[in-house]
Design a protein around this ligand. Structure first.
Ligand code: ZN
Length: 333
C-alpha cells in the first residue's frame, strides 16, 4: 500500500464508521459544502452533537471554492474541531458524484479520504469497468469508494436526470463483487434538488402541503437480502422543510412547488443497512431563508458577517436536528 495521503489532513476513510452505523441502525450525515460558513456550521453542529461526519463536495463545488483552497479548508476544519472544539469525531472528506477516473485521482492526490464514482448513467458493463478502475487506484491509498446503481431524478450541480430508474436488486451482488466498491448508492425514490416530485405525483394534506410517494422500502429490503450488511447510501434525502420555503417566499423569493422526502421516511431507512444519507438542499434552503429574512428586516446592512452569521446559525440548528432526530448519529463516536 502507498502512503495514506488523507491522514495528512487528519481525516479517516468510511470503512469503520459505516460498519458501526450498519450494526447500530443509524446513518452518518453527508453534508455538502462550498463555503466557509457552511463548513463551520457542519463542524460545530457535529462536534456539539458528538456525531461522526462526512463533509462532501461535488465537482462543481470544488472548482467554485478552488481545489487548493478547498483542501486547506478541510484541513483547517479538522484542526478547528480538534483544537478549539476539543472534539475527536471522525471526519471524512468525500467527493460527491465523481464523473471521471481523472477527477477521482485528483481528489485522492489532494487528500480526500473517500470518493464516489458515479457511472449510474452508463450502460451496466461500462459502469462496472469505470468503478473497478477507480477502486483499484483508490484502495492503494486506503481511500474508500462509493458506486451507484440506478438513477435518481432531479438536478444537483452537474448531475441532471429527467426520470428516475430504480436500482435492480438482481444486479447488486455482481456489481459489488466485480468492482470491489466499499458502499453502494441506490435509487429507491429519493431525488436531487428542492423539487423532488411534480405536484401530480403527490397527494395533499389538509394544510395544502404536498405529500410525496413513499420510498420503495420493498426494493431496499430485496437489496439487503442480496448483500446483507453491505453499506448502502441514499442520495437526495433533503426533507425540503415548508417553514424554510415559506420564509424565502415571504421575503421576496419565488420557490414553486417545492417538495422533499419526509424525515420520517429517512429515519425509517437509517434503521436498515443505509449508513450514509446525503443532505444538500435543506442547507441551501435554510441559508437562503436566513439571508432573505435578514435583508428584509435590515435593508441597510451591508457587512457580509451580518447576514452570513445568522445563516450559519440557522444551519447549525438544522444539522444538529438531523443528527439527533433523523439520522441517529448523535453521540455515536
Ligand atoms: Zn447525489
Amino acid at each position: 500500500m502507498e502512503k495514506k495521503i488523507y491522514e495528512e489532513l487528519g481525516l479517516v476513510n468510511t470503512r469503520e464508521m459505516f460498519k458501526k452505523a450498519v450494526d447500530g441502525g443509524y446513518a452518518i450525515p453527508a453534508y455538502n459544502f462550498n463555503n466557509m460558513e457552511q463548513l463551520q456550521a457542519i463542524m460545530i453542529a457535529c462536534a456539539e452533537t458528538n456525531s461522526p461526519v462526512i463533509i462532501q463536495v461535488s465537482k462543481g463545488a470544488r472548482s467554485y471554492a478552488n481545489e487548493t483552497l478547498l483542501k486547506h479548508m478541510a484541513k483547517g476544519a479538522v484542526e478547528m474541531v480538534r483544537k478549539d472544539l476539543k472534539s475527536n469525531i471522525p471526519i471524512v472528506l468525500h467527493l460527491d458524484h465523481g464523473d471521471s477516473y481523472e477527477l477521482c485521482v485528483s481528489c485522492i492526490e489532494s487528500g480526500f479520504s473517500s470518493v464516489m464514482i458515479d457511472g449510474s448513467h452508463l450502460p451496466y458493463d461500462e459502469n462496472v469497468a469505470l468503478t473497478k478502475k477507480v477502486v483499484e487506484y483508490a484502495h492503494q491509498y486506503d481511500v474508500t469508494v462509493e458506486g451507484e446503481l440506478g438513477v435518481l431524478a432531479g438536478i444537483e450541480d452537474d448531475v441532471v436526470a429527467e426520470k428516475s430508474t430504480y436500482t435492480k436488486p438482481e444486479e447488486v451482488i455482481e456489481f459489488v463483487q466485480k468492482t470491489g466498491v466499499d458502499s453502494l448508492a441506490i435509487s429507491i425514490g429519493t431525488s436531487h434538488g428542492a423539487n423532488k416530485f411534480k405536484p401530480e405525483q403527490c397527494t395533499k394534506n389538509e394544510d395544502g402541503v404536498y405529500i410525496p410517494p413513499a420510498l420503495r422500502f420493498d426494493i431496499l429490503q430485496e437489496i439487503e437480502e442480496k448483500i446483507p450488511g453491505f453499506p448502502i447510501v441514499l442520495h437526495g434525502s433533503s426533507s425540503v422543510p415548508m417553514e424554510a420555503v415559506k420564509i424565502i417566499n415571504e421575503n421576496g423569493g419565488a420557490l414553486k412547488d417545492s417538495v422533499g422526502i419526509p424525515e420520517s421516511q429517512i429515519r425509517k431507512a437509517t434503521e436498515s443497512a443505509v449508513c450514509k444519507v446525503n443532505i444538500d438542499s435543506d442547507g441551501r434552503l435554510w441559508m437562503t431563508a436566513a439571508i432573505r429574512k435578514h435583508f428584509a428586516d435590515s435593508p441597510a446592512d451591508f457587512d457580509p458577517r451580518k447576514y452570513l452569521g445568522p445563516a450559519r446559525e440557522a444551519l447549525i440548528i438544522m444539522y444538529k436536528s438531523k443528527n439527533e432526530n433523523v439520522l441517529g448519529s448523535a453521540g455515536k463516536v
